[in-house]
Write a protein that binds this ligand. Structure first.
Ligand code: FEO
Ligand code: CA
Ligand code: CA
Ligand code: CA
Length: 587
């Protein structure tokens, strides 16, 4: 039976109280415990040296688990209880990695190469042993993907003039991925990963002729970068003005083949992709939902040209290479009904291989997608982060983290608060359940903050019984369709945390806090595994003002190295069959 299940049944855990931000602990609900699964520097590739903070090298880091884990995917593989863990390593905290760090310009070339190699993605074979999961060091399918890994560019913008560089006159091959934030696991067993804040990696004095508007819209002008250009000149836009156009995509990795060439899909547009999640529509086309994480940016969806074929993995792996691209417009029906809700339209950007934006070619729409969406008249959102369809209902959930800059004149029913510090979660229901359609209804199921704040809303549930929540970022689901939400940047002064909220029945809106993460950390990449285990990426532990390796604010995961190490952890019941305080006994 489901004796160890987390809940509806899941629901039986007792919420943890708000934990002060400075607390350097993982706090789990009563009856649960946690353990690291894989840590920054773990020697995942055969032959890699053990982690050695004071003697780190780029060659070692190329074979070790990367820094600042974010998205966590699990592709099942072989016998049950085995899988391939695929993790984004979004960025590095160089101030916590290198003694004597006083700024990017103070770094040695070797340190810059170490930081670069700590970016990208990590693939690790994992297996369940009893109630716990184990990462297999040196396993055959383990892989590091870094800014030096070769990618293929797919879709209508592949080969475009905008993507050609001196090193790649074809505009079809590019080295690396970085700033990989959230992601998704596809029905065909690959992993999607969103290239988010790529602009911050390029040194830019001024925009090249003809690209001024695009550079400005993507925040590239005036950037100092991370001094990566001192080891690789393509990170200086004055040397290579188109290199930056080759980042900002959804990338697809086949973790089952460590020799495969990962791909960047231009058909899903270029933006600060938080991640992407795929839904197979009833008519067989596949739909990918993706958010652009910036204040006032947009929600997008892609609809594949070809149809999904059950069991034909080779074919399905091509589905994200060609299709239509839309951006969302939300219309409120008025707040007199006491609910933030309304109707919406998917505005076309590219349909049937043709640009729907006057004055822009298909290639321009796919490379300068933000400019196209501006012209289409999309709704400016409060930072669209993770977007994921419920595997139970097909309804789509969008985490909107915050937007402290929104003014009273700029509020609308989907983004209803000025100076929005705490964010909201939007539920989108495609009309007639057709994910390929162009109209939908929507409502805010969660308006975050302290429940005593009258502007908050917990799907109509009694607010005296819910946990405070701030800055929803990543979402996940258990098999019963309960929504799980992780936070980034709690503006109530509490530790970031992981929450569960039922979406239907009498408990709908009963948000409960599950575990919290240590000082300075973000609770990222959550995954509910078999309704029994929570995988969570503890990202940037110790990231606070003035942090340094000699005075770290966090020692997570408390392994005696004296340094914080971003790690994927697992949270599970602390004894087989033993219920939590509010738990349901196993059967
Ligand atoms: Fe990398 Fe939008 O968080
Ligand atoms: Ca994020
Ligand atoms: Ca309304
Ligand atoms: Ca996210």
């Amino acid at each position: 039976g489901r004796g160890h299940a987390l809940g509806h049944k899941v629901y039986e855990f007792e919420s943890t109280p708000p934990i002060p931000f400075e607390t350097d602990k993982v706090v789990t609900p009563e009856g649960f415990t946690w353990k690291p699964l894989v840590k920054w520097g773990d020697p995942i590739i055969a032959g890699a040296p053990e982690f050695d903070f004071d003697n780190q090298t780029a060659a070692a880091q190329e074979k070790q688990f990367g820094y600042n884990c974010d998205y966590v995917g699990l592709v099942r593989h072989g016998r049950s209880g085995r899988g391939l863990l695929v993790v984004n390593n979004e960025y590095t905290n160089d101030e916590l990695m290198f003694r004597g760090f006083t700024g990017y310009s103070s770094m040695t070339k070797e340190q810059i190469k170490i930081a670069m190699a700590a970016h990208g993605m990590s693939v690790v074979e994992v297996a369940r042993k009893g109630r716990e999961w184990e990462a297999k060091m040196g396993a055959r399918k383990n892989r590091r993907i870094t800014p030096n890994t070769e990618f293929a560019i797919t879709g209508a913008a592949a080969g475009s003039k905008l993507l050609r560089t001196k090193a790649d006159p074809t505009g079809r091959r590019v080295y690396g991925t970085f700033a990989n934030c959230a992601g998704g696991t596809t029905p065909w067993g690959t992993v999607l990963s969103g290239e988010e804040n790529f602009n911050g990696y390029f040194k830019t004095a001024s925009a090249p002729a003809g690209q001024e508007a695009a550079y400005k819209r993507y925040g590239i002008t005036g950037s100092k970068g991370r001094n990566w250009d001192s080891v690789d000149p393509r990170f200086d836009t004055s040397m290579e003005p188109n290199e930056v156009n080759r980042f900002g995509y959804v990338v697809e990795i086949d973790p089952t083949d460590p020799t495969s060439t990962p791909r960047k899909h231009t058909a899903l547009g270029r933006l600060k992709h938080e991640g992407a999640n795929v839904q197979i529509a009833r008519n067989g086309h596949v739909v990918a939902y993706t958010g652009d994480d910036e204040r006032y940016d947009y929600l997008y969806k892609f609809v594949s040209k070809r149809k999904y074929r059950e069991g034909d993995r080779r074919h399905n792996m091509t589905l994200l290479e060609e299709g239509d691209l839309y951006v969302a417009k939300f219309t409120g029906d008025g707040q007199q009904d006491g609910v933030c809700d309304g109707t919406g339209t998917w505005l076309p950007l590219v349909v049937g291989g043709k640009s729907k934006i006057a004055g822009m070619s298909v290639e321009e729409v796919l490379v300068w997608t933000r400019l196209a969406a501006d012209r289409a008249g999309a709704t400016k959102m409060d930072r669209p982060e993770d977007v994921e369809p419920s595997p139970v209902t097909g309804k789509v959930y969008v985490a909107l983290t915050n937007n402290s800059k929104r003014t009273a004149a700029e509020v609308d029913e989907a983004n209803p608060r000025p100076s929005n510090k705490h964010g909201q979660v939007l539920e989108l229901v495609e009309d007639r359940g057709d994910h390929t359609g162009t109209t939908f209804t929507w409502k805010l199921v969660l308006i975050c903050g302290d429940p005593e704040d009258p502007t908050t809303y917990f799907d109509g549930f009694d607010k005296s019984e819910v946990s405070p929540i701030s800055c929803p970022d990543n979402v996940a689901f258990d098999s019963e369709g309960n929504l799980w939400i992780s936070t980034d940047g709690n503006a109530l002064g509490n530790a970031d945390a992981f929450f569960m909220m039922p979406l239907d029945g009498a408990d709908a809106g009963h948000l409960k806090q599950f575990h919290t993460v240590p000082h300075g950390a973000e609770s990222a990449g959550p995954l509910i595994v078999d309704d029994k285990t929570v995988f969570c990426a503890v990202q940037h532990p110790g990231e606070v003002d003035g942090a340094s390796p000699s005075a770290p604010a966090s020692l997570f995961p408390y392994d005696g190295t004296g340094q914080p190490r971003p790690s994927v952890i697992q949270v599970f019941r602390d004894k087989a069959g033993k219920p939590g305080k509010q738990g349901r006994p196993g059967k």
